[in-house]
Design a protein around this ligand. Structure first.
Ligand code: PLP
Length: 390
């Protein structure tokens, strides 16, 4: 092949998804969505109470294997509440990958805490365990059972691994580091509904895990999120503070602390119940799409398709190509050529430590994430893309 890399990539995408324009990740509503929504409208239960909220929470717990699921308005709110319940307090620090969506770092800030950015690694696209352990060894000390950042004097309370594009991070390695340094783990599983690590669903390993059902995620409730936990008291607290901390009473309005209005409306939950029923089919379609891309990208020099890590099942939320290091200077040309041709492709999020609100935050050497951010490109990933072909 003597065409340029961007043309080869364009041809490969085109051969899989057909004619453009094609979005990055579009929702499909092929099940009971209309039926459930009609039931909401007919019953007038559209808002903060209704049977679909309870059912969605039960269905999520059953699907993920978590003891409890609490539905909330979006994934960002889920993270915020999860961090509060993990004990994150003002003037503490939380370890967050710099390679993530801004919600992870924002949620830490909502607690009055400071994100402390850590590096990623290339096989999982998640936090680099080895680098993290070495770093904590040198830069922290234990003070009455708490991990303290020597440079800032602040407690490092929690760590938030994120399962990038649906690929599970090195969970066992990270759990061991968290355990050894007395740090609580909260998993940002916003992108990994349907992804498992050694057969166990992501978001169920840490003290708390969070999901997102935004419109671009694997399943959607319009906007929505959930808090997963095996700890019954945390689940009760999560429900309580996301529903204005109101004490149950037939008519009195008594709130025993400052709560949040973060509950998921019944309308959105109705959508969620129908979407969750279709998740297995979507996962099959997404895996098939990965295989098709894998085949067409195999002969293209200079680029590889990101595959699920060993012992993991990825939901393949966003299909991702990774340019070889000696081809990363082509990234913007690839983005230009593919987007111009009507195939939506996107680079990774601007790294957190490079964003204005977070430039002053503590961080380790982030060179691997910086390299990855110049090499990763998401390509069209909708599960519906293959239905015509298969
Ligand atoms: C989508 C997402 C969230 C949550 O997003 P919401 O839009 O608030 O539901 C959080 N973290 C990551 C990594 C995400 O991709």
């Amino acid at each position: 092949m003597n065409k340029t890399l961007d043309q080869n990539i364009l041809a490969a995408i085109n051969s899989v998804v057909g004619k453009g324009p094609v979005g990055l990740h579009e929702p499909t509503f092929a099940g009971n969505e209309w039926l459930n929504l009609k039931e909401c409208l007919d019953s007038t239960f559209v808002s903060s109470v209704g049977k679909f909220v309870d059912r969605f929470e039960d269905d999520l717990a059953t699907y993920t294997g978590a003891k409890h699921a609490v539905a909330v308005v979006n994934g960002t709110a889920a993270l915020h509440i999860a961090l509060l319940l993990a004990g994150v307090k003002p003037n503490e620090e939380v370890l967050v990958p710099t390679l993530t969506f801004v919600a992870t770092a924002n949620a830490v800030s909502y607690c009055g805490a400071t994100p402390h950015f850590v590096d990623s690694e290339g096989t999982t696209l998640g936090i680099s365990t080895a680098k993290l352990r070495d770093y904590l060894q040198v830069h922290t000390q234990q003070h009455s059972g708490q991990c303290v950042n020597k440079a800032t004097g602040r407690v490092i309370r929690a760590i938030v691994p994120m399962h990038t594009y649906g690929h599970p991070a090195d969970i066992n390695g990270l759990l061991a580091v968290a355990h050894d340094f007395n740090i609580v783990m909260v998993e940002d599983a916003a992108e990994s509904l349907g992804s498992t690590y050694y057969g166990q669903h992501t978001g169920t390993f840490g003290l708390i895990g969070t999901l997102s059902f935004n419109g671009n995620k694997t399943i959607t409730t319009g906007g929505g999120g959930a808090i997963l936990t095996n700890d019954s008291s945390i689940a009760l607290r999560a429900k309580h503070i996301t529903t204005t901390a109101k004490l149950p009473h037939a008519w009195e309005f008594i709130h025993d602390e400052i709560g949040y209005n973060n509950r998921l409306p019944n309308l959105n939950a109705a959508l969620g119940c129908a979407q969750l029923e279709q998740l297995p089919v979507k996962l099959i379609a997404k895996r098939a799409l990965f295989k098709r891309y894998k085949a067409v990208f195999a002969p293209v020099d200079g680029v590889n398709l990101v595959a699920e890590p060993a012992q993991c099942q990825s939901n393949y939320w966003l299909q991702t190509i990774i340019l070889n290091s000696d081809h990363m200077h082509h990234r913007d040309t690839v983005l230009q050529t593919t987007n111009q041709a009507g195939f939506m492709t996107r680079p990774v999020w601007r790294l957190m430590h490079q964003l204005k609100p977070f430039t002053q935050c503590p961080r380790m050497d982030l060179s691997e994430a910086e390299q990855l951010s110049l090499r990763l490109i998401n390509i069209p990933s909708s599960p519906s893309l293959l239905s015509i072909v298969e």
